[in-house]
Structure formats: C-alpha cells, structure tokens
Design a protein around this ligand. Structure first.
Ligand code: FAD
Length: 489
C-alpha cells in the first residue's frame, strides 16, 4: 500500500505517536504553533507505541475527591458515597519517587513532573482523554468501602488503547496531521547547529521536511535486544517485551518479542502480594508482602529475571483466589495450574519441594489487602528464612493455583540530556540545540512524565515558530556539509 507523503515544509514535526508525541503535538497546535505534523515509523494499525500497551495508570498530585471526581466518568452518586481516595500531595509524590528510585532521580526533572502532574491530567481530560477511578487495579472493597492505595488512583478508560484513541481524536480536532510508516532518519542542522529539517523515509524513499522545530518522542529502546544487552546487562536481550529499565511480572506464555494488541497489558500478573512466588527449584526469593504492589513490582520483575530460566510460579490458596483481578487472571488469558492440595500442585509443577508453608502468623489480625495489614509469617514462635511481611495466610486450604510468570520490560528510559524547563536537547558541548526537543521515554518514562514533558515542549516549539512561518522562511540557509553532519536517529 502506498503511503501518503508528508509535506515538504511545516512548522513543527513530532516524531512518535505515543502519549508523549500526541501530548506534544496537540498542545503545540493548541498554542498556535502553525502546521504541526506527527510521524511514526509504525504502520497505522500499530499506532500508539508502548503507550498503547500501558494499563493507563497515571500517578498525579491531587486533593482528593473534589479535585478528581469532575474528570472521571465511572463514579455515580451512589459510588461516591463509598469511596475513599485519599489526597496525594506533592510531598507524597516526592517521597514515592525517591523511594522507588532509591534517590537516583534527576531532581529538576522529577520536580517538574510532580509540579505539573495535576495540570497535565486536567489538560488531557479537557482534550477528551477519558479518565476513571482505578477500582480494579488500585482499590479493594473492604467492609463496604473502596480503599485506594499507592498514589495511582486515576487510569484511562480502556487503558492504553483508550488513551491512544482519545489522543487520535484530539489530534484530528486540532488539525494535527499524522503520517504512519514514516520513520525519521536524520536531523538536518545549519551552520549554527540549529534545526532546519528532518529527513524521513516514505515509500522507501528519503525525503526532507523543512522545519524549525523537531520534537523527538520516539520512545525507549525496549524493543531492541542488542541495546538491552548493552545498557541493561547480560541476559536482558532475552527478557519478554510488553512492547536502566522498568520491568514487571509478565505471563511466561506471552509472546516473547512484541506485544499482543488484544491482550495488551493484561499479560501483567500483579496478584503476588496475596500469594507466594517460588522459582523453578522451589525456593521463594522475595518478601511478596514487603509493601503495596506499586512499590515492589518493578524490582520484583527484575528479580524474576535473575531466577533460574528467568521464570517463577505465582501460587495462591483458596482464600486469595477470588481477589485475583479478572483482567489479568481470567481463564481465557492465562494458563492456571490447579491442585486440591499443595502436594498435588507440587507434583504438577514438578519443582517446588522447597515451597515454604507460611503457617504461622498473628491470628488476631484481620486480612486486609487494601492496607499493609501486618499479617506476617514471622512471629516470636516461628520465622521463615524469608519473611512474608503482610497478607500471609496459612497455606493449608485448597484448591491452590499456580501461574508461570517471567520478567517483562515495560519501558526503558534515559538517553538525551534536556533542559527540564523546555525539554530542549543539550548537546555534548553543553549547549542547547536550537529547535530540537525531546520528551517521553527518551529522557524519562511513564505516562504522567510523557504528558508533562510533552506539554512542556509545546511552549518552546510554539514560541520558536511564532512570527515566522516555516513556509515563508528562507530555506536557503546553508546546511552543514553533507550527510555526515546529520544526527542519526
Ligand atoms: C504492559 C505495559 C504497561 C504499562 N503500564 C503503564 C501504566 O499503567 N502507567 C504508566 O505510567 N506507564 C505504563 N507503562 C509505560 C508507558 O507505556 C511508557 O513509558 C509510555 O507510554 C512511553 O510513551 P512515549 O510516548 O515516550 O513512547 P511510545 O508510546 O513508545 O511511543 C514512541 C513511538 O515512537 C515511534 N518511533 C520510534 N522510532 C521512530 C523513528 N525513528 N521515526 C518515527 N517514529 C519512531 C514508535 O513506533 C512509537 O510509536 C506500561 C508499559 C507497558 C509495556
């Protein structure tokens, strides 16, 4: 099929049709940045990048019910009476960012992420992104009330699929033109190292788009096994893909390289806090109940990757099975291994003689998955070699089930240095490259970050093109030398 060729001169070119690219393109168009186009190397049926596969959870500062109910579409007055979305302050966000990164975050970038997060989700909502309270992922109904936990109260309707649809509709409304099957190949600069164009490939032919502003939103390197091995370390070329990295517990039966656009993020397997995880030699290897899931899942994905064969079994007893979320554990999408006794399950799994039975815990406490309930395997009488600090129940009542999981890369991040205020790319010489911006996973990662910095880029791009349209600009400014002076994408 012949692909529609992009125009030869525009005001702003955005590279990448994920959450970052659409946020940048739509907000630039909204700001009056002139003719804004968005290109993506994927064909139209794969639009949305990694963002399409996301579960759609947004971590954002908010003041509680009154602040967020106006932008969600799944809370009626009856439900509103039985929900407790605690406010999530700037302080809470900072504490969580520092703790999840072990204080290894860029302070300026993360502060802007925190400061702009509330505005960014309201801006997305104003542009038609459908938000919901995350009842299924971030809340449990306990004693008749929904208790939210972990700072990720909001998600998009239908996850990344819904987000992509809503972005596409917003782009159409704002006149942003989208060109698929059009990879960016080279950036063209003039003698002052300012951007004057972008070479793209279309229908197998390279073509130059004259422009003064290029916003790179081309995602991470998760789909490239060579770069994974190079930057994440040996063995990461064999990690499973959903689309320094962020990883998760992933269905071991999922396709290893590339996503499934139907099942998408439902390959994630997040129910381990309510059960146990054992590796193929039958050993537990983490404290599954160390903390609420949001604070442990990325590091546990990595830990699974370090186990023999890079896989593990998640195991639950009768009491926990009804609490497993249907979108991740329903029979249609995951292979479950059942046993009426631990022994039977052990036989079927072949390998878990070493499965520890967490059979001692504080019987006076009440099991509550919505809080850190303190139901621990450790007591003055008994201690397991490896504790399960919360949600531990005796492993004595069948039926039991097990699901085989592995490590799935959710996103990679890092690459280009940017000015946090404007997202302008900083070159090796320490100077900003005039007209080149970079957002999303390329400098950061996650949906809130890609929206926040996508919007930051628009202000800079819009002011750059203000007063001088690319179409009327003198395009004869000499470019630097030949192709060797081009930056390769
Ligand atoms: C299963 C899963 C669940 C997730 N859940 C969440 C979640 O709930 N919350 C959260 O915050 N994050 C989540 N993430 C992470 C999140 O999806 C990403 O961090 C985010 O979507 C990245 O957005 P982006 O726009 O930077 O990149 P992407 O969405 O990956 O978009 C980049 C685009 O650039 C295109 N591209 C690349 N190179 C070129 C080129 N040379 N020319 C043209 N186009 C190019 C790609 O084809 C792609 O379409 C999840 C990820 C996965 C895999």
């Amino acid at each position: 099929m012949r692909i529609h060729t992009p125009p030869s001169a525009v005001d702003v070119v955005v590279v990448g049709s994920g959450n970052a690219g659409f946020s940048a393109a739509v907000s630039a168009a909204e700001r009056g940045a002139g003719r804004v186009i968005l290109i993506d190397k994927c064909p139209a049926e794969w639009a949305g990048g990694n963002s399409f596969f996301a579960a759609g959870a947004f971590r954002t500062v908010h003041d509680g019910t009154e602040d967020i109910l106006p932008i969600v579409n799944n809370v009626d007055s009856e439900i509103a009476r039985i929900i407790d979305p605690e406010p999530y302050s700037q302080h809470d966000f900072r504490r969580d960012v520092d703790r999840m990164t072990s204080d290894r975050t860029d302070p300026a970038l993360s502060q802007i992420l925190i400061d702009d997060s509330n505005d960014a989700i309201k801006w997305l909502a104003s542009n038609g992104v459908r938000f919901q309270l995350s009842f299924n992922r971030q809340a449990y109904k306990v004693s008749g009330r929904f208790k939210f936990w972990g700072g990720m109260t909001l998600k998009t309707e239908d996850g990344g699929k819904g987000l992509t649809e809503d972005h596409e509709a917003a782009a159409r409304r704002h006149g942003v033109e989208v060109y698929h099957s059009t990879p960016a190949r080279r950036i063209v600069t003039n003698v002052f190292s300012a951007i004057v164009g972008l070479v793209v490939e279309c229908n197998g032919v390279e073509t130059l788009i004259n422009t003064r502003a290029v916003i790179l939103a081309a995602g991470g390197f998760e789909s490239n096994p060579r770069l994974r091995a190079q930057y994440l370390g040996p063995g990461w070329d064999f990690a499973w893909l959903g689309a320094g990295c962020h990883s998760t517990r992933w269905d071991a039966n999922a396709p290893a390289n590339g996503g499934d656009r139907t099942i998408s993020s439902e390959f994630t397997k997040s129910g381990y806090p309510l059960g146990l995880m054992v590796n193929t030699i039958g050993e537990r290897f983490v404290d599954e109940g160390m903390d609420m899931r949001n604070y442990t899942y990325a590091k546990f994905g990595r830990t699974i990757h370090e186990q023999p064969d890079g896989v593990a079994f998640q195991v639950w007893h009768q009491h926990a099975i009804p609490w497993l979320r249907s979108e991740e554990y329903r029979d249609e999408i995951v292979h479950k291994i059942w046993g009426s006794t631990v022994e039977e399950l052990a036989e079927k799994l072949r390998a878990e003689e070493g499965l520890s039975s967490p059979d001692k815990f504080n019987p006076a406490a009440k099991w509550d998955p919505a809080i850190k309930d303190g139901l621990s395997t450790q007591s003055s009488r008994t201690k397991l070699p490896l504790a399960k600090s919360n949600w531990a129940l005796p492993f004595d009542q069948g039926p039991f089930i097990a699901v085989k999981v592995c490590c799935g890369v959710t996103f990679t991040f890092g690459g280009l240095a940017v000015n946090p205020e404007t997202t302008a790319v900083i070159s090796r010489s320490g100077r900003e490259v005039a007209g080149l911006f970079c957002v999303g996973e390329m400098p950061g990662g996650g949906l809130t970050s890609s929206a926040v910095f996508g919007r930051r880029a628009r202000a800079a791009a819009a002011s750059l093109v203000a007063g001088q349209s690319a179409m009327s600009r003198d395009l004869s400014t000499p470019t630097r030398g030949g192709p060797s002076s081009y930056a390769r994408l």
